[in-house]
Design a protein around this ligand. Structure first.
Ligand code: TXA
Ligand code: MG
Length: 339
């Protein structure tokens, strides 16, 4: 069934901030919105100008579709048509939560949202702030991850500010994202059920609900998350097997390169400096990631950002273990290492 997913403890929702955000959304503005996966750059999905604004700020090509976030599965039919039973079963099992369903587009869903495609991606986020905004807004919110195109997704409000600066007037702070990795995307088109992007809801969990999964094929919709180089820090990332880590680091050091390291406990002889305050320009940073996949995934993007902010010439990452629980982490690490 995949790893257990931490859902939110009750968190205070600042109703004044939510009201201001909803007013901005009604005026066609975009906001930084916390979700349980990563922070989103959200705008009114029924307003093509607002959607175009999202693409402009993100620097994302207009042909790439964005996910429509809705408050509950009751709103699916406002955006999608001909919803197959497999999709309903997945929605009932996993919403609210880190699952996105790709479905046939309803006629009224703007093509700006779907990148011109005849399908639409829908998700019901569980984060209490996202839920509060969606319910007060009363419509759907188009929201890609709130990072510049191709970069590491944000998992805190500060990450959104770092990336987007004054391009967004309002960034709601919902604390660090619990899941930390983008939602699992499942296509439910043409009678097939296919995982387009792995996430913490694993392929095994999807299969447990729908029976069998289909393999992706050439007719599958475009997903920029499947473009190889994505989620990438600016500093080159080298991904190595655990037993090759120390040799790889040594080779860089001998060549005069400054190295920052992400390993897991017991994977490196290099002393972690994570416990002490580290300056932003400190190459030689060693971050020791969590032993379990859920915590490692939750912290991964914050770790990558921190490693990227050193003046290291290269980030060396030790591959975590194989296994279903780690599939989403391996996917993101592989992309971070591709340029
Ligand atoms: O966890 C998440 O999914 C986060 C939070 C904010 O909800 N959002 C997110 O959005 O990761 P974004 O835009 O960074 O990635 C969404 C992915 C893209 O790869 C996009 O191509 C895919 O969803 N997508 C959106 N609409 C689609 C469609 N109609 N068909 C296929 N893929 C679609
Ligand atoms: Mg993204």
């Amino acid at each position: 069934m995949g790893p257990p997913i931490a859902y939110h403890p009750v968190r205070m929702v600042d109703t004044g901030a939510v009201e201001a955000a909803v007013a901005a959304l009604r005026a066609g503005q975009v906001i930084g919105l916390p979700t349980e996966t990563v922070y989103g750059l959200a705008g009114d999905a029924s307003n093509p100008d607002a959607v175009r604004r999202i693409f402009t700020i993100k620097g994302r090509p207009a042909t790439h579709p964005v996910i429509v976030h809705i408050a509950s599965l009751d709103e699916m039919s406002r955006w999608a048509r001909d919803i197959p039973p497999a999709a309903m079963a997945l929605a009932e099992r996993h919403w609210p939560g880190p699952l996105t369903l790709v479905l046939p587009r309803a006629p009224q869903t703007p093509l700006e949202v779907t990148g011109g495609q005849d399908s639409v991606a829908l998700r019901v986020p569980s984060h209490p702030v996202a839920q509060a905004v969606l319910r007060a807004f009363g419509g759907g919110l188009a929201a890609p991850s709130a990072n510049r195109y191709g970069r590491v997704s944000p998992t805190t409000a500060a990450h959104v500010r770092d990336d987007l600066g004054d391009d967004v007037a309002i960034v709601l702070d919902g604390g660090p994202s619990d899941v930390g990795i983008e939602s699992t995307i499942v296509s439910c088109l043409n009678g097939r059920v296919t995982v387009l992007r792995p996430g913490v809801i694993g392929a095994d969990a999807i299969a447990a609900t729908v029976g069998t999964l289909d393999a992706p094929d050439a007719t599958m919709p475009r997903v920029p998350g499947r473009v190889e180089s994505h989620y990438a820090p600016r500093t080159p990332v080298q991904l190595v097997d655990e037993d090759a880590l120390d040799g790889a680091v040594l080779a860089h050091v001998q060549a005069g390169r400054r190295v920052a390291i992400l390993a897991r406990s017991g994977q490196t002889e290099h002393a972690p400096v994570d416990a002490q305050p580290v300056s932003d320009n400190d190459a030689g940073l060693v971050i020791v990631g969590a032993a379990d996949a859920v915590t490692y995934g939750r912290e991964l993007y914050a770790h990558l950002r921190r490693l990227d902010h050193t003046d290291a010439d290269v980030i060396v990452i030790a591959r975590p273990p194989r296994g279903d629980d780690w599939a989403a982490v391996h996917d993101r690490l592989g992309r971070a290492a591709t340029r």
